[in-house]
Design a protein around this ligand. Structure first.
Ligand code: ADP
Length: 180
C-alpha cells in the first residue's frame, strides 16, 4: 500500500487503483461523508479510524460555523494521521430511483471537491465511489458521472494535476476501467 502507485493503471492525468483509500498519499483524499459531518460507516468510518480524532474535531468546528454540509457540497479538513495531507468531505445523494436529482447532485460532489482542491493548490486528489455503498447509487452509473466530471474539470484546470479513482473491490475497478 505504501507503493500503491506501482499498482495503479494510468489514463493520462487519471489513475485507477483498487485498494484502501486511507493508505493513499495524494495531497487529499475525498470522504463520502454524511451531512452531519459527524462520521458514519463505510469509507467515512475508515477515514476517521485511520486519521484519528483531529479530523472529527475539525468537522465539529465546521458544523458549529455553518451547520452540516448539504448534499453535493464539499468541505476541507486536514488529514490528521492519514498519509494524505487533507480530507475533502463531500456528501453524496442517497439513491432514490434516479428521479430525485441524484445524477446532478453526484456530479456536484465531484465538481465541488475538485474546485476546493484547485482553490487550495492541491496537486493530487483520490476519490472513492461516492454514494455507491450505503447510499445505494448504481456503481456503473456513478462511475460514468465520476469519470465525465473529472475529465471535464481536468480539461479546464491545471490543478489538481492528477486524480485517482480508488475502487474498493474488483467489480468497482472493472466498472471504472470500462468508463476510462
Ligand atoms: P456512501 O454512503 O456515500 O454510499 P460508503 O462509504 O457506504 O458511502 O461507500 C462508498 C464507496 O466506498 C463504496 O463503493 C465502498 O465500497 C467504498 N469503500 C468503503 N471503504 C473503503 C475504503 N477503505 N477505501 C476505498 N473505498 C472504500
Amino acid at each position: 500500500a505504501a507503493n500503491w502507485r506501482t499498482d495503479a493503471q494510468t489514463f493520462g492525468r487519471i489513475l485507477l487503483y483498487q485498494g484502501d483509500i486511507t493508505r493513499v498519499d495524494t495531497d487529499a483524499i475525498v470522504n463520502a461523508a454524511n451531512s452531519s459531518l459527524l462520521g458514519g460507516g463505510g469509507v467515512d468510518g475508515a477515514i476517521h479510524r485511520a486519521g484519528g480524532p483531529a479530523i472529527l474535531e475539525e468537522c465539529r468546528q465546521i458544523r458549529a460555523r455553518q451547520g452540516g454540509c448539504p448534499t453535493g457540497e464539499a468541505v476541507l479538513t486536514t488529514g490528521g494521521a492519514l498519509p494524505a495531507s487533507y480530507v475533502i468531505h463531500t456528501v453524496g445523494p442517497v439513491w432514490n430511483g434516479g428521479t430525485k436529482g441524484e445524477a446532478e447532485l453526484l456530479a456536484n460532489c465531484y465538481r465541488n471537491s475538485l474546485r476546493l482542491a484547485a482553490e487550495n493548490q492541491l496537486t493530487s486528489v483520490a476519490f472513492p465511489g461516492i454514494s455507491t455503498g450505503i447510499y445505494g447509487y448504481p456503481k456503473a452509473d456513478a462511475a460514468r458521472i465520476a469519470v465525465r466530471e473529472v475529465q471535464a474539470f481536468l480539461k479546464e484546470n491545471e490543478l489538481p494535476a492528477s486524480v485517482v479513482f480508488v475502487a474498493y473491490d474488483e467489480e468497482a475497478r472493472w466498472v471504472y476501467e470500462q468508463e476510462l
